[in-house]
Ligand binder design. Sequence first.
Ligand code: 173
Length: 324
Amino acid sequence: MSLARWPLVAAVVVLAIAVTTPAAAQEVTLRVVSAFPETSIYVKRLEAWIERANQAEKGALKLTFIGGPKAIPTFEVGNAVRTGVVDLAMSTGAFYTNVFPEADALKLTEVPVAQQRKTGAYDVIARLWAQKGNMHYLARIVEHQPFHLYLNKRVDKPDLAGLKIRVTPVYRDFFTALGATVMQTAPGEVYTALERGVVDGYGWPIGGIFDNNWHERTKFRVDPGFYDAEVSLLVNLDVWKRLTPAQRDALTRQALAFEGQNDFWKTYAQDEIRRQAQAGLTVIRFEGAQGKAYLDRAYEAAWAGIVKASPEHGPKLREAFAKR
Ligand code: 173
């Protein structure tokens, strides 16, 4: 190269550095959405966390809460994270099976997320979410919340023939196996469906039915609960890769602190059971062999659904999620 070229090379190098390292601007703003309605306990806790995280990581990280399903519809949030329309989302696997069907398997983990991080299950999840969802799986912030069937008509055995039940992918295979006619809605449409008598019941975790006044339109809860409700934080993978190491550390530190508070959900489950009783909900309890058959059916139906949708990854997830 002739000497005359050197100033040009130098200029290009200087320019490249200027473009890739924003001078002193080491604070990144991430846009956050929720797939759950803003009235839900999940969003209340998300907003409180955002405030704490922004305070603690000032200069590195600024999370901006955009909103719930009015900003991006519940079942579109997964694709919004995948494509980078949003940077970070709070959602559950059942809401983004349209991105990859394995997402719904997170309800089937049999050990807490703290343990998943030790057994390698977390790495299995992280790899798959990156590969199929273009997502960095940041943290699980809801667990210890079994799902239940809530009804307005009494049943005396695990037979839902003739009943129309509101579902998401979480419950679809199980309730269908019990003979129900199922109808999928986002959480935001459950109240209206109950009010109009379009459904005779719905699936939901043990906690949260008061957040949108569903208790006013609910007569029975069926026990036992099944699976474990999962709500997680997901980051668009390209955004994640563009963060500086310090920004990544800040986000991980805050997410782990949030995840570390998951024992909250154990207490909350007990509180919500009491509150449901006070509100006049009657418990229909399948006990003994009938209870066991109900639970076996729940897990069999769900795993069959996952493995059918993903013969490649379903069995690996089952292995990784099992108690050991
Ligand atoms: O909408 C739902 O019933 C659902 O799938 C779900 C998943 C996780 C937590 C709460 C609800």
